[in-house]
Ligand binder design. Structure first.
Ligand code: PLP
Length: 368
């Protein structure tokens, strides 16, 4: 094949990508995906123009599922699915498949609220606790999960507010977690969950694929009719191939999973996440200009680190943004509901990237 595709990035300046999602991917992953999009495994075809039922695509899906199970140590009895629709479609698929009478939700922010709003269309929905009183800057404590709920839903990492539940909690009822933005950042005890789901575009792949880990025996217990495409059993039976799955995003997920394995697995991802988060929160706490929006270290997200200018330096916000942009920082503007800054430090973001941001904060501090 004529090498007309050998594109190199044209920008001269190194960019430090702290985007919240879609977000930074390892260079090896992007290289493998772009190669496959030009020609897939010597087939003379691009992965984009191949059937998902082609003999050489099935191994991609099989290997992605096998690696998913291996890296997260998923026990027998769980299925791994790759679907479309994003985490947002799961917000309605969860109650469709699990809510018979009553559901319980922990309200830790925008995504949790959106998930809860969908459940309300299907039955009684209890808000077990909320941190809305302080702009979701902490994880509520001391709540009880109603023992008669069909399931309890949590959002383990709150991408917008920078809070995270970093432990696998015990629940007397089936536990369902939106792990869109912290999956593969730490080892998890999957046996404690009935289901885990998320959009892949934060820590696993490019946009376009949703992952679901579901305990098979808990399905089929609701009395309603579930539309075929919204029934998890359809996709388990069809091996994530009931309809055309997003082939390129699945291939991209496979490359990321291989990269995680080659880099020491989820235990090493956690070590790196702690190293990066400690470094950046350390600087925020030390630097006179800045303050973290989440104060309790236990609740601080390792994936989305939110900070604002201290009160007396508030007017420097736009100036710091311009200064950081000039230095190559990308995606550090905080979500509009929180303001200030947010650095997303997903698996592909390196300690060098974080150190570049820290150096930038220190240089700006010296100027003031
Ligand atoms: C990004 C995000 C979502 C929404 O994901 P989509 O794939 O865009 O639907 C849901 N939950 C959390 C925690 C997120 O970070």
């Amino acid at each position: 094949m004529k090498n007309i595709y050998n594109h190199k990035r044209t920008t001269k300046m190194k960019k430090y990508n702290f985007n919240a999602g879609p977000s930074k991917l390892p260079a090896e992953v992007m290289k493998a995906v772009s190669d496959a999009c030009i020609e897939f495994e010597g087939s003379g075809l691009s992965l984009m123009e191949m059937s998902h039922r082609a003999k050489n695509f099935q191994p991609v899906l099989d290997e992605a599922i096998a690696l998913f199970k291996e890296l997260l140590n998923i026990p027998e009895g769980y299925s791994v699915l790759f679907l479309g629709g994003g985490a947002s479609l799961e917000f309605c698929m969860v109650p469709y498949n699990f809510l018979e009478k009553k559901a319980a939700y922990l309200n830790t922010g925008v995504w949790a609220k959106k998930a809860m709003a969908e459940a309300k269309n299907f039955g009684e929905t209890i808000e077990v606790a909320t941190s809305a009183d302080k702009t979701f800057s902490y994880i509520p404590k001391g709540w009880t999960i109603p023992a008669d709920a069909d399931y309890f839903h949590i959002t383990t990492n709150n991408t917008i507010y920078g809070t995270e539940i970093k432990k696998d909690i015990d629940s007397p009822v089936p536990l369902i977690a939106d792990m869109s933005s912290d999956i593969f950042s730490r080892p998890i005890d999957v046996s404690k969950y009935a289901m885990i789901y998320g959009g892949a575009q934060k820590n696993l792949s490019m946009a376009g694929v949703t992952f679901v880990i579901v305990k098979d025996e808990l399905l089929g217990k609701v009395s309603r009719t579930i539309p075929t495409m919204l029934d998890y059993r359809t996709h388990i039976k069809g091996g994530s191939m009931f309809n055309t799955p997003p082939t390129v995003p699945i291939y991209c997920a496979l490359q990321t999973l291989k990269w995680i394995k080659a880099n020491g697995g989820v235990a090493e991802m956690e070590r790196r996440a702690i190293e990066k988060a400690d470094a950046l929160y350390g600087e925020i706490d030390r630097n006179k200009l800045f303050r973290a929006t989440v104060s309790d270290p236990e609740d601080r997200s390792r994936m989305n680190i939110c900070f604002v200018m201290n009160e007396e330096y508030k007017e420097l916000e736009a100036e710091f943004m311009a200064f950081a942009t000039e230095k190559g920082m990308v995606g550090i503007k905080g979500h509009r509901s929180v303001g200030g800054f947010r650095a997303s430090t997903y698996n592909a973001v390196t300690i060098e990237d974080v150190n570049a941001l820290i150096a930038c904060m220190q240089e700006f501090e010296k100027m003031h």
